[in-house]
Design a protein around this ligand. Sequence first.
Ligand code: DX5
Ligand code: ZN
Length: 215
Amino acid sequence: MALIAPSLLASNFLRLEDECKMLNNSVADWFHLDVMDGRFVPNISFGLPVIEQIRTATTKTLDVHLMIEEPEKYAEAFAKAGANILTVHIEACRNLHRNVQQIKDLGMKAGIALNPHTPISSLVDIIEDIQLVTLMSVNPGFGGQSFIPYTLQKIKQLSQLIAERGIHVDIEIDGGVTLANAKEIIAAGATVLVAGNTVFKSANPIETIAALKGL
Ligand code: DX5
Ligand code: ZN
């Protein structure tokens, strides 16, 4: 059974309070919040003021996925806004170890996200310092894209690396997760599933979350 982290990028922003209540009433574990700056990815989503508001609407874990350049400039502000987990992209960090320490010093769990082209081997010297790896199973920037099948091999490689070290690090899969492919993703070793469109565009999001959780 994996943790379920619905991505509010696919929610109805006009009804954000209701969407938060729906997630509160569901078996969703984390709120996955996608922050985009129009530089690291070719899209702009939402930022600090929205996350501050969401913080007042839930006690569940806020899993903040930063798709931004220079994330070190904003880590403190995201901590103040209420983030529990802060994930930065390896491709956006020149001083990744320092950034990870900063996130932990601010009292948050540290995550590292890898784009589809970034190998698992790039984590070997940092894996013991972090709590979460987010493997992008689409190119980041947009919801509603198709799952890249090669991700399954990366999940297996990462599970093996974590097992070899004898540590616990969550493996989160982000992009194109559906009810049809989630089982295979979990079997490969994923411990957290992000789901945007699959949850929010379904006829019954609460049931869809429960179905994902039941796999
Ligand atoms: C993509 C984001 C994802 C996205 C997932 O850049 O990081 O979290 O919202 O959306 P779906 O589940 O619709 O692919
Ligand atoms: Zn994301």
